[in-house]
Design a binder for this molecule. Structure first.
Ligand SMILES: *Cc1c(COP(=O)(O)O)cnc(C)c1O
Length: 372
């Protein structure tokens, strides 16, 4: 992909979708319209089957969004008031919010500064008598070292569960994320690697009981029509979003490949000492580059210089979860969250959207290398 350079370079280059994809989505929408309004119908069933098979999971349950996917998965495991869930403070706040909404309390373990993902040793020292689960986040599209976390969790009788909102198609040791723990929670928010055209989410799991409970929880807690066995929600995946996702899914591999090319160029060609890069993945299949995050000791100035040169950047994330006003009771890593705080104070993200052209990536690299 070469192409021309028009500044500014957007962070998310929406509106550049191939004509064939636009047309196939229009046809899919038309068929939903002709079939008539329907909730939890054939499109949702088809997408659930397609997504489960893509992940190598026994089943997928379509839900309204990624936040609900995490909350419903945790509640299906019986996690609630009085329980603790260990996770990272460096993530979208939805990760924490899902724990809070079950009534459980988050416990924050520190990250490994080289990958920005949870550090297994930090998770181990956070385990207490109320701990029920470790909620892993495959942050920025990098599959966490699941084998290490599975070992810690199984030796303490804890559930390991996965927030996969940023990691569609990422693999650890050849196996798709979202299939290591009791469940994987997915978001198909438009900016994610596989995005719908509005909100959408899913839970993947190999556990038939968990899947059955999740199906009830997303639909008013109904076991049978008008029989409500559990405190449920209305969190159904929409037929139209499912129909659109079915058209978009065949493009995911090409989009991921393009993200890998862009990230590989950044790792190879960003040579300025002004920016520190995270550790490149040893196994290319383990990273799907949802975000390409760098660290800078002069973040505000560097972001401004890039913006002046037509390069849009964002910060993921400026405020760690444990500094958010909406957070209630929680515990912190006994060793503190030094690496999390240092990362939040210095990180920013470069554009990695698969629709970016080579000319745009050339420009981003040149401007980054010109930072003093
Ligand atoms: C986007 C995101 C979520 C929330 O997904 P929504 O569909 O927006 O509710 C949760 N966790 C992480 C890590 C995310 O990036």
């Amino acid at each position: 992909m070469s192409g021309s350079l028009t500044l500014p370079i957007p962070f998310n280059a929406f509106g550049r979708e191939p004509e064939a994809l636009i047309n196939s989505q229009l046809t899919a929408v038309e068929s939903v319209l002709r079939q008539g309004p329907c909730v939890l119908g054939p499109q949702v069933e088809r997408f659930e089957a397609a997504w489960a098979s893509r992940c190598g999971a026994a089943a997928a349950v379509g839900v309204a969004n990624g936040l609900d996917a995490i909350e419903i998965g945790l509640r299906a495991l019986g996690i609630g008031a009085g329980d603790e869930v260990i996770t990272t403070a460096l993530t979208a706040y939805a990760t924490t919010l899902a724990i809070q909404r079950t009534g459980a309390q988050p416990v924050y373990a520190d990250i490994n500064p080289a990958t920005a993902c949870l550090d297994p040793a930090a998770v181990a020292r956070c385990i207490g008598s109320a701990t029920k689960a470790v909620l892993m986040v495959h942050l920025y599209g990098r599959a966490a070292e699941m084998t290490a976390f599975q070992a810690i969790c199984s030796s303490h009788g804890l559930h390991v569960v996965e927030d996969c909102a940023q990691a569609h198609d990422a693999r650890h040791c050849g196996r798709h994320v979202g299939t290591f723990g009791a469940f994987g929670a997915w978001s198909f928010y438009p900016t994610k690697n596989l995005g719908a055209v509005g909100d959408a989410g899913a839970i993947t799991s190999d556990c038939p009981e968990l899947v059955a409970i999740a199906r009830q929880l997303r639909n008013y807690g109904q076991s049978d029509r008008y029989h409500h066995d559990r405190l449920g929600a209305n969190s159904r995946l929409d037929e139209l979003q499912a129909a659109l996702l079915l058209q978009r899914l065949p493009h995911l591999s090409a989009w991921t490949e393009r993200r890998r090319q862009i990230a590989a160029r950044y790792w190879r060609e960003l040579v300025t000492p002004s920016l520190q890069l995270l550790e490149p993945p040893r196994d290319p299949a383990s990273h799907v580059h949802h975000l390409f995050v760098v660290r800078s000791h002069a973040r505000e100035r560097h972001q401004q210089e890039l913006l002046d040169a037509g390069v849009s950047t964002l910060i993921h994330y400026p405020v760690p979860a444990h500094h958010q006003a909406a957070l209630g009771a929680h515990r912190l890593d006994p060793a503190g969250l030094r690496h999390t705080l240092e990362h939040c104070d210095s990180c920013f993200s470069l554009p990695t959207h698969p629709a970016l052209t080579d000319a745009e990536i050339d420009h981003v690299i040149a401007r980054c290398n010109a930072l003093a």
